[in-house]
Design a binder for this molecule. Sequence first.
Ligand code: ADP
Ligand code: ZN
Ligand code: ZN
Length: 759
Amino acid sequence: MFVEVILPVPLSDTYTYFVPENLRAAVFPGSLVSVTFGRNKHYSGVIAYIHTIKPTCPYEIKPIVAVEQSSPVVRRPQLRFWEWLSQYYLCSLGEVAKAALPSGFRKEPSMGYKPKKEVFIRLASQCKTAESLRSTFDSLKRAVKQEQLLLAFIDYSRLFDQNIAEGSLPEAEISKKALLTRSGSGEAALAALINKGILESYSKEVGRLSSDDLPLSDPNRLNSLQQQAYIEILQHFREKNVCLLHGVTSSGKTEIYIHLINETLKLNRQALFLLPEIALTTQITDRLKRYFGNKMGVYHSKVSDNERLEIWNNLLHDEGFQVILGVRSSIFLPFRDLGLIIVDEEHEPGYKQQNPAPRYHARNAAIVLATMHSAKVVLGSATPSLESYFNAQTGKYGYVALNKRFEETELPTIIPVDVKELRRKKQMKSLLSPLLTEKISRLLENGEQVLLFQNRRGFAPMVVCRICDWTPKCRFCDVSLTVHKHSNRLACHYCGSTYPIPAECPECGNKDLKPRGFGTEMVEEELQRIFPEIHIDRMDFDTTREKKSFEAIISRFEQGKTQVLIGTQMISKGLDFEKVGLVGILSADSLINFPDFRAYERAYQLMSQVAGRAGRRKQQGEVILQTSNPEHPLIRQVLNHDYEGMVRLQLEERRMFRYPPFYRLIEINLKHKQTDLLQEMAAEYARMLRQSLGDRVIGPYTPPIVRVQSLYIRKILLKMEISASLNVMREAIENATTHITANRRFKYVTIQYDVDPVG
Ligand code: ADP
Ligand code: ZN
Ligand code: ZN
């Protein structure tokens, strides 16, 4: 008996091992086994399948060493899903396994995880009949505190929620912590009751994730528009597996999701609620916990390794979580039977994994995952991706629109401010135009709040010598360094290395180095200078590295402790604040001028999403949009909330220049330390590809950033018709790669594939 084992190494797909007699009963597809690999290195791997065909290979087949858990850790639909991921995204099964399995599975057993224990309280056995409980109460008449605590125990443990038959009382328990905090009682009263043999305490293993049982609420009733949308979604699901819910910000999409999840749970099927980024989970977690309580697990990058393992193991039980709220990697969890996947803010680029492989798109992968479970998918957005919108237009997906906000407030008014004109007239005295400054000041007087959006972190994207134009660059990457005043360093946003800020220009000795452009730190400094008395917070990559920092920033703003929140794209997504009357977009130009075929689509989405944070309840909000090009077609579309207009224009261009959704892109990145060798290699690679793929091959070309982390980069782009065979394309790529890597001169090249790249 042999098994094919998936090992978390990027080389091949599976490795064959021999199963010794004593382990035969214990191996299944999906079992976690330990094996030796290479020079006696120990690895944990997952069994892909079992067979009896002795491989014809020159070396000896090794046995598996042990089966690590009594039952499989990966379910069968998952194995099929891994297979698909590796085929479609051009990577090995090992790379998929590495991305999918919590790292806890790969640790040495002794370092493994310790279950968390908690103290619980229940009735002592001598007190377990209605009769004895009654007499106990009589005996406590003079011990008021103990009597109260016992009453509280009965209440919170829901002892009498269940029907009591004659004789003994049902089992009921509550954690000691919850009992004491909710009853407001002290340790002494509890100790007394335990001493008297009325209550008893014991310790029990609990999930790290489980919170106390709070009473669950019923979902809000949908209003008539929501109800209609909800019915339409269900109607589409009779014929289609995917439905796009295109609802303006604050139209109540989340409420509709909650109703759909509820229906799924009634059928005893599971639901996965995907979000693009952890920043969003805070608010939605609180909201969903009210309805799904402990039936829901939360999975994201700031969840610890132990918690990941625990969620995974929980889902391996048939009684495990019914709802998972999570970021892209939660598509890898071992679902028993998914009935529904919600992809909220489906247009967000955060759904795309950039590095390492598999470079998957969680929205697209979720749709494939859903077919493996016969589940339905809702894609939700106020500004759908062109791909999804196109699929809805052409009838592949169902389409449901929600055009009114829940409170019927109008969408915000967007007022353009021409900063070029203001600069010419010398009226632009700070980063904030006079109109923006005036509006902020009026709003703050009213006790309302302001969001300011600038999609660059740090103080300034570069410094320049006033005399000779010298600008500091990263030693490892071909990019200029960003000034960070807060840490008083220059930083490379590509490799993370930092440098001291030079006191003078090393070229000419000039001491006058000037920052060029501006980031969130500079906005903060300017704003504080203009409004010295207000409280400002900043939400960007630099201020959110710590585990709880998102929560802290969001909750300070919710509680009104901060009046202005400045942020990068992090503040554009799904956050729901009550008192934001004004949103300022400080520089629309940098978004529009980005060198990527999705730049306009993305700029539209970012600006209308961030604008959507204004006036979400009751009152219409305002948005000030600063730009040096107010007549730009894209700016006009943003001002007029003209999503359809944007789509029409963009789709025309995409069709003309062979881009998605009309074509499928595959980017091949070649990297090497030496630029000449790389150029030669890339030309050869492209030549090989052209032999079978012809003019679908673009390049090689040099990307805007020539070098990152000491490696030069050349790119080759494939533009494939959507109907083109993936097998033909995969073969062509494999051939070219084999050809290149067989040449000893090109030995140290790195080759990466990115299918459906997102810039
Ligand atoms: P979206 O997800 O489309 O941005 P939300 O679901 O967050 O919109 O709804 C916006 C606001 O309106 C939220 O504060 C939500 O609680 C409220 N809301 C939406 N639908 C209902 C409903 N049916 N009953 C009560 N409140 C609702
Ligand atoms: Zn100089
Ligand atoms: Zn760098």
